[in-house]
Structures are given as C-alpha cells and as structure tokens.
Design a protein. Structure first.
Length: 129
C-alpha cells in the first residue's frame, strides 16, 4: 500500500471512531496483540471491545506514519474521555488491502528524571550537546 492510502485510511478511521467501519477494514484473519497486557484479539473481539468502551471512545491523533508496502508504523497521541493522555505506537501489517495484523503499545507520559537533564531537551526543543 502507498503512504497516502494508509494515511487516509488511518485518518478516516480515527475521525469516525466507528467500530463497524473499522471492522470492515480488517482482514478476516485479523489479529491484534497487546504485549503490555498479554492480550490478543481477533476481528470480532476487537469490535466487541470497541462497542463497550467505558465512557466512550478516545480521540486519537496520528503524529507520524512511516513504512512501505504492507508494513506501517503509526505514532499516536490518545486522549481519553477522563482526561488522561497516552502515547501509542502501532505496528500494522496489511494483506489484500485490509488490516491483517496489528501490535499496539501504549505509554503514559512521565517526567524525565532530573539526573539526565544535562543531556536532554524537550521534544519541542533542540537536543543539548
């Protein structure tokens, strides 16, 4: 798949946050892995999860997309309805033009330790030498 096709698909799905629309874009052999919790879900399981998401679906921003062919990596920022914000990294594989395999990682923001302040900068700032 081409970058513009993947970007358009991800943007459309993130804007709609519609479990049925996402379900249609997943391959019949779809598999989701969530390594941090040790879970895996098939296409039907993920749709059921999305239909029962507590407090409503989060808002997801696509920050970066990189890849080629049938393998893409998306960096996201996830805004939950309770005010929490997480960062996400999704490894997405396509088959037959559909989302086939996906591995999702989630991380909650944290303050950097003071001991390394001399070597770092904020993402929005230049890195110190």
């Amino acid at each position: 798949m081409q970058e513009h096709e993947v970007r358009e698909l991800f943007q459309r799905l993130r804007e709609a946050m519609d479990p049925e629309a996402e379900y249609r874009e997943r391959h019949q052999d779809y598999l989701l892995k969530l390594p941090q919790s040790g879970e895996r879900m098939d296409r039907d399981g993920l749709r059921r999860l999305q239909e029962h998401f507590p407090d409503g679906a989060p808002r997801i921003q696509l920050r970066r997309l990189i890849g080629a062919g049938d393998l893409w990596i998306a960096e996201t920022v996830i805004h939950y309805t309770d005010g929490k914000v997480f960062h996400g990294a999704n490894i997405v594989e396509f088959r037959d033009g559909k989302i086939w395999k996906e591995t999702r990682y989630y991380g909650e923001p944290f303050e950097a330790p003071a001991w390394r302040a001399g070597w770092t900068g904020r993402i929005e700032e230049p890195v110190r030498g």
